[in-house]
Design a protein around this ligand. Structure first.
Ligand code: C2E
Ligand code: MG
Ligand code: MG
Ligand code: MG
Length: 287
């Protein structure tokens, strides 16, 4: 009957809640030991200039390989790490790996994701600058990727932080643009080098007129702000054509290259493949 059904439903719901809490704890426990266990890696995905198709930089993407659950996506574990100071430990590790990698490339930048909690950390800029200087890396070879969520909590403070970062020479990119709490009025206050068009818009480009309109709007906004417009998740030639028509200045996606092991990124960055890509079109690299 209805009453029993309701009770069963409640029990099922509780069981699901327990499951969620259990998974979270397991992820937290596992993550806190992942560094010492050597289960983490940072991969580097090329970012190319539209037109020349020359690689200008690589995005650092964290990977976690567990014995128990296999590979776990950062889309799953980053939000859980973000709930505690664990994110700082992971972030420092990613930064260290990224600095090692960028030193092996001729002149490309490394683009590093920072979550809102990292961006809001006390002395974020000072800590970053100190680490980068200690590694002997020019800040101009680092791009800081942050999302809108990190900015619109305290607009004045965020604007000040971005200004200081750029004063020191860091590049700044607004990641997943258009998916967060965009505030087009405030965007003028932020010192930026690039807007990154979220993969979901690139994905919908050929199918949904609305996605195409959004991409065109972002590209126009980018041009007005005089910043680069990097399209993420580019998988097809058709998308390249549509993105080019819309005004995207840079590409990142599986059509050109998957995220690569640091050794492969080093070979690609220093190889003639870059020059070849300028003449012959996209470089296809296996994952
Ligand atoms: P994101 O910063 O927007 O990174 C782009 C995501 O798109 C990456 O997913 C990348 O592997 C994926 N991607 C790139 N090209 C294609 C394509 O052509 N097709 C498809 N289907 N996907 C493509 P990934 O590596 O799973 O990372 C997911 C998210 O996790 C990132 O999104 C970022 O928000 C976060 N993340 C990853 N590494 C870090 C990190 O070191 N620190 C922080 N705070 N967040 C990170
Ligand atoms: Mg990113
Ligand atoms: Mg992104
Ligand atoms: Mg994205």
């Amino acid at each position: 009957d209805a009453k029993r059904g309701g009770r069963n439903m409640a029990r099922l719901f509780d069981a699901r809640m327990d499951e969620g809490v259990r998974v979270r704890r397991a992820v937290q426990d596992g993550l806190s030991r992942a560094i010492e266990r050597g289960e983490l890696d940072v991969l580097f995905q090329p970012i190319l200039a539209n037109g020349s198709l020359q690689i200008v930089g690589f995005e650092a993407l964290l990977r976690w390989y567990t014995d128990e659950f296999g590979p776990i996506s950062p889309a799953t574990f980053i939000p859980i790490a973000e709930e505690s100071d664990l994110i700082h430990e992971l972030g420092d590790w990613v930064l260290a790996r990224s600095l090692e990698a960028v030193k092996t490339w001729p002149d490309h930048y490394v683009s590093i994701n920072f979550s809102p909690r990292q961006f809001g950390r006390t002395n974020f800029v000072g800590h970053l600058m100190e680490t980068v200087q200690r590694a002997g890396v020019d800040p101009r070879r680092l791009q800081i990727e942050i999302t809108e969520t990190a900015l619109f909590d305290d607009v004045e403070r965020a604007a000040e932080t971005l200004y200081r970062l750029r004063q020191m020479g860091f590049r700044v990119a607004l990641d997943d643009f258009g998916t967060g709490y965009s505030n087009l009025y405030n965007i003028r206050k932020f010192a930026l080098d690039a807007l990154k068009i979220d993969r979901s818009f690139t994905d919908g480009l050929a199918r949904e007129p609305v996605s195409a309109a959004i991409v065109r709007s972002i590209a126009q906004l980018g041009q007005a702000l005089n910043v680069e417009v990097i399209a993420e998740g580019v998988e097809t030639e058709a998308q390249v054509a549509l993105l080019t028509a819309a005004g995207a200045s840079h590409f990142q996606g599986f059509l050109f290259a998957h995220p690569l092991r640091s050794e492969d990124a080093r070979l690609l960055a220093g190889s003639g493949l870059v020059a070849e890509a300028q003449e012959c079109g996209p470089v296809a690299i296996a994952p």
